[in-house]
Design a protein around this ligand. Structure first.
Ligand code: ADP
Ligand code: MG
Length: 346
């Protein structure tokens, strides 16, 4: 049974960066304003994430790494109205099947932190000779998740990993994207033992500032901006919150002079970093007509939809997302970007 669990877990947690993405989303769900990551060996030896969010109640610790344990779903009907990132309660469970997981956490109402270790979905002793239950310890409000020896028990996953520098680059890439989207949160990432972090964002005032800080000054000079939404002018008294087809989108993108080497598309749907081949193709076709051969744009696009209209049944590893009225929405956004670009070149 544990072998099956490991294989299933490996489908969700492919590599250190995919574990990190889940942990970042948990920390953001917990309302954190600071998220600090420490990495050893590209995250394979150690991946630690410390946040200052709401913490986990002590009584929730025993079942924390059990599959489908989630604090984000109270009734079945919630499944269709999810507004937070997580909904499956599978991330920590999966991680515990492919790595050693330790959690240190403190809520405001507890006067000390609690520490617990997990393997294969359940609590294990923190040290040989200890009982497996959580132990009190010192700690700040918030949660620290420590993942060690990722894939120690799943050699096929281990051998599919690249060099630690490549895994580290993926970690930085994910963090940078979340830092852009969550400009008010301060993110840090460093290698264990190193004094200078590779990534360190102050809480920026807004997305524009964050892109400018994280993706370079050269971009900021030529960043264009549009917002688009389902609400048309003659229809402004419509109550958004009740309309399952209401949506809004915001984009920052480079102009025709920008000469990036690789298309950078930062796509967030309901604040979750996702992929959409349709959106990617649409963006590429807009720029293919105006950019010189070999150069590529930078595009940040955030779309907010009624959670009921987003396909929540996609497998967690499939970042490919589908949503209601997809074609129309993509067309509206593409048109707005295209018009802005055209206006600029005159
Ligand atoms: P999900 O996010 O889908 O609920 P996870 O396995 O990612 O499932 O997390 C399980 C539960 O653990 C969450 O529902 C949440 O209650 C708690 N949790 C995980 N990480 C944190 C964190 N950083 N801060 C507060 N609570 C957390
Ligand atoms: Mg989660």
């Amino acid at each position: 049974e544990s072998l099956i669990n490991r294989i299933a877990a490996g489908e969700i947690i492919h590599r250190p960066a995919s574990a990190l993405k889940e942990l970042l989303e948990n920390s953001l769900d917990a309302g954190s304003t600071s998220i600090q990551v420490t990495v050893k060996d590209g995250g394979m030896k150690l991946l630690q994430i410390q946040d200052n969010g709401c913490g986990i109640r002590k009584e929730d610790l025993p079942l924390l790494a059990e599959r489908f344990t989630t604090s984000k779903l109270t009734t079945f009907s919630d499944l269709s109205k999810l507004t937070t990132y997580g909904f499956r309660g599978e991330a920590l469970a999966s991680i515990s099947h492919v790595a050693h997981l330790t959690v240190i956490t403190k809520t405001k109402s507890n006067n000390c932190a609690w520490k617990a270790a997990y393997v294969d979905g359940g609590l294990v002793p923190l040290k040989a000779g200890y009982t497996p239950d959580p132990k009190p310890c010192a700690g700040n409000n918030g949660t620290t998740i420590i993942i060690e020896d990722m894939f120690y028990n799943t050699p096929t996953r281990m051998s599919a990993l690249r060099s630690s520098s490549e895994e580290y680059a993926r970690i930085l890439d994910i963090m940078t994207k979340y830092a852009v989207h969550n400009s008010k949160v301060s993110f840090g990432c460093k290698k264990a033992g190193s004094l200078s972090p590779e990534l360190s964002t102050p809480s920026c005032s807004d997305t524009y500032q964050a892109i400018r800080q994280l993706y370079g000054h050269s971009i900021s000079k030529e960043l264009l901006h549009v917002t688009v939404s389902s609400v048309s002018d003659d229809n402004t008294d419509m109550d958004d919150s009740e309309d399952p087809e209401a949506w809004s989108a915001e984009a920052y993108f480079t102009n025709a002079n920008y000469q990036g080497k690789k298309t950078a598309l930062l796509l967030f749907i309901n604040h979750r970093l996702v992929e959409s081949h349709r959106i990617k193709r649409s963006i590429e076709s807009i720029y293919s007509g105006i950019l010189p051969k070999g150069s590529s744009p930078f595009v940040y696009l955030s779309i907010n939809l009624d959670p009921r209209s987003v396909d929540v049944n996609v497998h967690p590893t499939k970042r490919e997302v589908h949503f209601l009225n997809e074609e129309t929405i993509i067309e509206r956004i593409s048109d707005a970007i295209q018009q802005k670009l055209a206006g600029q070149s005159q």
